[in-house]
Design a protein around this ligand. Structure first.
Ligand SMILES: [Cu+2]
Length: 169
């Protein structure tokens, strides 16, 4: 008889991997945010429209190369103050901003960097107050003539402004 070797059944078992697929998750952020800000009222549909320049005028002159005051009405309906930074007129080489000092003696014009424009107010530029001074005119200016000048504000931007030549400033 031959002895039959019987292989013992191997009962080795491998433990199943029992890692959880749900591990490592942290809490979700709460999606409770409201669409905030939708009811911000557009008080000024176009920001620049809150400031308007009207009645701009310069005195007539039969001289060339002279300096002339440019005055105007500036209405600022904005809630913030603004500033007139510069002016460009084709009929003058330069434009500066002037304030008038009243101390002892005669009032004196003084150049300033910008003309302050208060909020919610209408101001008049005039020769004995804040005004623009056009320097070195390039042509004669006749009563009734009209020109377009660019008036540049810090916040309201550039306003193309009709300037009328008048007999008196
Ligand atoms: Cu002046």
């Amino acid at each position: 008889m031959t002895a039959m070797a019987t292989s013992p059944a191997h009962g080795a078992r491998f433990d199943r991997d029992g890692r959880s697929a749900l591990s490592g998750r942290s809490g979700f952020p709460v999606f409770g945010m409201v669409a905030a800000g939708l009811w911000l009222t557009p008080a000024f549909a176009v920001a620049g429209d809150a400031l308007q320049v009207t009645n701009a005028r310069v005195p007539a002159s039969d001289q060339i190369g002279t300096d002339l005051p440019l005055v105007m009405t500036i209405r600022n309906d904005a809630a913030e103050a603004d500033a007139l930074l510069r002016v460009r007129c084709g009929f003058a080489n330069f434009a500066v901003k002037h304030a008038v000092d009243r101390g002892e003696g005669a009032p004196a014009m003084r150049e300033i960097k910008s003309i302050p424009i208060p909020e919610n107010k209408t101001i008049e530029l005039k020769h004995d107050g804040y005004h623009v001074m056009l320097l070195q005119t390039r042509q004669k200016l006749t009563d009734g003539e009209k020109f377009t000048c660019a008036v540049v504000f810090q916040k309201a931007g550039t306003k193309e402004t009709e300037v009328q030549v008048t007999r008196t400033p």
